[in-house]
Design a protein around this ligand. Structure first.
Ligand SMILES: Nc1ncnc2c1ncn2[C@@H]1O[C@H](COP(=O)(O)OP(=O)(O)OP(=O)(O)O)[C@@H](O)[C@H]1O
Ligand SMILES: [Mg+2]
Length: 352
């Protein structure tokens, strides 16, 4: 996770303000292509991100998320297409773009031996703040990201969530109007993840536009106003979390039975209770189906199983997995799918 020390302006002082521009978008990309040797990592990539919004770029390993972020933050030149960030062209006006953005990348850049405060002061100095201004900014950011208490301790003693919050703080030294976060919660435990989510929400409440990449549907769902689903270098679906979830069929319930032989009977009961097709995984004694109304469907399904005398080992209400999203969006036969359906999964006919 890195707060890339993007070279800043040569003069310190005035706060950074978004450039006046005719476009209401903070980020706008059209037909971006970027190849490495003969392979296109990104091709025909389009993106519009409204000012003051959070946009999620959701996709599996190798989809092109980091390449998109690196093009939009001017670290890589696009081979095709054009993009503007904060009103400036990433290829022709790189310095102006860099002056208005912050980046928290996938690899750590904060120094382990230094304290949180010393790291932020160092970044402030790299951004050409004076000694006093850098110290003041470090204190403000430690306070804002809930690190005041631990600011004096070496980073090597920080939890994962604290490190990521320090990364976010380092990316915010100049209060950039646009922040790029590349997989900000990967590898964190649920508590660290919650800490980072709340820090991101604070950023947005302060008016910052955020583009965040993630492999977790739940993360995009929790944080993003809109989501672009990316696969094989281009966007395959875009919309609000609610629109995308409606397209992919909303939440799921999984039921694990005590006895595999009851699976067919249980599937029929759950289909009757939810009105949706049920998938069964006999080896795991598990059946899954989508639900429209969460708790109400769950209650109906459990009651139907109970009344039908089917013994249940476990019941879970959950969001669709990224695999399920991709299966829906790309179809099981498409080369773009992230993985095959489980080999032991079958779909039974819906009742009705
Ligand atoms: N510097 C590079 N040289 C060669 N190929 C690269 C380079 N950077 C990325 N690629 C390739 O481009 C494709 C997209 O990679 P990218 O890192 O953008 O994916 P990603 O969505 O960020 O994946 P992850 O979730 O693993 O971070 C991959 O096939 C990757 O191997
Ligand atoms: Mg990446």
């Amino acid at each position: 996770m890195a707060s890339a020390p993007i070279p800043a302006r040569s003069t310190a002082g005035a706060p950074v303000t978004p450039a006046a521009t005719s476009t209401p978008s903070a980020i706008s990309a059209r037909g971006i292509g970027r190849r490495f040797k003969n392979t296109w990592a990104l091709r025909g990539f389009d993106l519009e991100v409204g000012r003051g919004t959070v946009h999620g770029l959701l996709g599996p390993n190798g989809a092109g998320k980091s390449t998109a972020v690196r093009v939009l933050t001017t670290l890589l030149r696009p081979h095709e297409g054009t993009a503007e960030v904060a009103g400036h062209d990433v290829a022709a006006q790189g310095a102006r773009v860099r002056y208005r953005i912050g980046l928290v990348g996938q690899n750590a850049a904060v120094d382990e031996i230094l304290s949180g405060r010393q790291n932020l002061e160092l970044f402030g100095r790299l951004y050409h703040l004076g000694v006093r201004a850098a110290a003041r900014r470090a204190d403000e950011l430690l306070e804002r990201f809930g690190l005041s208490e631990t600011g004096k301790r070496p980073v090597s003693t920080y939890s994962g969530g604290m490190r990521r919050r320090l990364d976010l703080a380092a990316g915010m030294i100049l209060s950039p109007p646009v922040m790029f976060l590349d997989e900000p919660t990967v590898g964190l435990d649920p508590r660290g993840r919650d800490e980072v989510w709340s820090a991101v929400r604070d950023l947005v409440d302060g008016g910052t536009t955020v583009l965040l990449t993630t492999q977790y549907l739940e993360e995009a769902d929790q944080l993003a106003d809109r989501i672009s689903v990316i696969d094989a270098g281009h966007v395959i679906a875009e919309g609000t979390p609610a629109e995308l979830k409606a397209r992919i069929g909303g939440d799921r319930i999984d039921v694990v039975l005590r006895d595999e032989h009851a699976l067919a009977e249980a599937a029929a009961l759950v289909e009757g209770a939810t009105g949706h097709t049920v998938r069964t995984a006999p080896r795991e004694r598990r059946l899954s189906t989508e639900v429209d109304d969460r708790a109400a469907s769950l209650t109906r399904a459990v009651r139907a199983l109970d009344e039908g005398g089917v013994a249940v080992a476990d019941v879970v209400l959950r969001s669709p997995s990224l695999d399920e999203v991709f299966l829906h969006l790309t179809g099981p036969d498409s080369a773009a799918t992230t993985g095959p359906a489980r080999p032991d999964e079958n779909t039974t006919e819906a009742q009705r």
